[in-house]
Design a protein around this ligand. Structure first.
Ligand SMILES: NC(=O)C1=CN([C@@H]2O[C@H](COP(=O)(O)OP(=O)(O)OC[C@H]3O[C@@H](n4cnc5c(N)ncnc54)[C@H](O)[C@@H]3O)[C@@H](O)[C@H]2O)C=CC1
Ligand SMILES: N[C@@H](CC=O)C(=O)O
Ligand code: NA
Length: 433
């Protein structure tokens, strides 16, 4: 059978592993696909750099020419960023190529343009590596669960921040110290903004929500809070609650009185406390884990390596085999459908629970004054704990579910009460009620 020719765009952490797997597994891949997979070229920025195991004759700096070459059947994009990645993928699809990308930033910002091109040119667009690296998650949502009714996707989708929070929890490390350690170990980027500010997780949440709810969701629709404000006091507070702080990506349907689809969806990323008994609490170091709750399937959990060259390349190779088989069969894979077009509701309308720790004046009536503010905002208290004496006096309040807007309004007014010296910690609470 005639070989299928593959163009690779980018040869960094992920790209170099794709080259390795294509070389080391050539015979098995050919047997699984039904035709050999051959590297036609690799677009790089610096062709003079020595790359172990890469044939220098394949390197080119002209990515535009590579993606439209008539002898290329499949294009793999592992450059990252919006441009030139978007133009290159569009040019490839326009000339009839199947494309594979790991680029969550691009998919979450302008996936609509890519999906429209895939439809228009009848091209495959696969992107399993873009969310939770090696973990098969998008294919299960796109194919295995497409006949079910997904209600919720909840998970840890950023390895760097999970590593930092895990270090803060296990060793009592501060945020800066834990970040430096993550950078030294190569988990965090030199510029870790996308990870620690939650942009990476928000992009992944947008991709997950779009697939789960058949609704257009972009990164701009996602409520995003990173972990830079998480303090050692927050982590210690969680410990006292027998909980742990995790950066969570949450995509859920917001129920309505009538209609199965609900009145919209909530898509959000923030650090939250979850009980130590919750399965997500045991996700340590840089691992990822995602829960999917669907009407008929019930709860499903996906766990594994969400980052790293080889794990991410594994997801790309899975996509590569899939699109290669589709090419041979002459049938493209599934196309994204966003027929449900549900509104993405503002964070204020989402109901959440809060943990609030207040440093208070140790005097009569403080508890009543604080409780009154909760009542005024129609927020019901689940538990209150009072600790310490004099300058050490502290009140810990855990609420029942309430609209997030009411909870944040309560925190704001509490901070202005004369008897409250400081709002020491505020954290949302997720997991079992
Ligand atoms: N590293 C990881 O653990 C994961 C990465 N991803 C995604 O995979 C993609 C690649 O990530 P990495 O390999 O980690 O990044 P990287 O920065 O190591 O590699 C990207 C490479 O692309 C090259 N490049 C940039 N512009 C180019 C251009 N115009 N033409 C040719 N080459 C160009 C860069 O010089 C660099 O070598 C990104 O979209 C990233 O979000 C997804 C999941 C996990
Ligand atoms: N920076 C990401 C890796 C890619 O998705 C992470 O830390 O999880
Ligand atoms: Na994945």
């Amino acid at each position: 059978m005639k070989p299928l020719r593959v163009a690779l765009l980018g040869c960094g952490v992920v790209g170099i592993e794709v080259v390795r797997l294509l070389r080391e597994q050539a015979a098995d891949l050919a047997a699984r696909v039904g035709a050999p997979l051959e590297l036609a070229g690799i677009a790089v920025r610096r062709p003079d750099r020595v790359r172990e195991g890469v044939d220098p004759a394949l390197l080119t700096t002209d990515a535009e020419a590579l993606v439209t070459r008539p002898d290329v059947d499949i294009v793999i994009e592992v450059i990252g960023g919006i441009e030139p990645a978007r133009s290159l993928l569009l040019a490839a699809m326009k000339t009839g190529k199947s494309v594979i990308t790991a680029n969550k930033a691009l998919l979450a910002e302008d996936g609509a343009t890519l999906f429209a091109a895939a439809r228009e040119y009848n091209a495959d667009l696969y992107y399993e590596a873009s969310v939770a690296g090696a973990i098969p998650l998008l294919r299960p949502l796109r194919e295995s669960l497409v006949g079910d009714h997904v209600q919720r996707v909840l998970g840890i989708v950023n390895g760097t921040t999970n590593y930092i929070l895990d270090q803060m929890d296990t060793h009592g490390a501060g945020f800066t110290e834990a970040l430096e350690e993550a950078q030294a170990l190569g988990y965090a980027e030199a510029d870790p903004t996308a990870d620690v500010e939650g942009f990476d997780a928000a992009a992944k949440a947008a991709i997950l929500a779009q697939l789960a709810f058949h609704t257009p969701v972009t990164a701009a629709d996602v409520h995003r809070e990173g972990i830079t404000e998480v303090t050692a006091a927050d982590v210690a507070g969680a410990k006292e609650m027998d909980s742990v702080v995790k950066l969570l990506a949450i995509c859920e349907r917001i129920p309505s009185a009538g209609g199965r689809n609900g009145r919209g969806v909530s898509v959000r990323v923030y650090p939250a406390m979850i009980p130590r008994t919750h399965p997500l609490a045991s996700v340590r170091e840089a691992y990822n884990a995602v829960f999917v709750e669907a009407e008929s399937a019930g709860s499903l959990m996906f766990y594994g390596a969400g980052a790293g060259g080889a794990p991410t390349a594994s997801a790309i190779m899975g996509d590569l085999v899939a699109v290669a088989r589709n090419l041979i069969a002459g049938t493209p894979g599934p196309v994204e459908v966003t027929y449900a077009s549900l509104p993405v509701l503002p964070m204020g309308e989402t109901t959440t629970r809060y943990y609030i720790e207040l440093d208070v004046a140790d005097e009569a009536g403080v508890l009543a004054t604080v409780a009154e503010e909760f009542a005024r905002n129609d927020v019901s208290i689940k538990a209150v704990r009072q600790e310490g004496l004099g300058a050490e006096a502290k009140l810990v309040v855990v609420t029942h579910r309430a609209p997030d807007a009411a909870l944040s309004a309560t925190v704001e007014t509490l901070g202005r009460l004369p008897s409250v010296r400081e709002v020491a910690s505020v954290m949302r609470v997720e997991g079992d009620e």
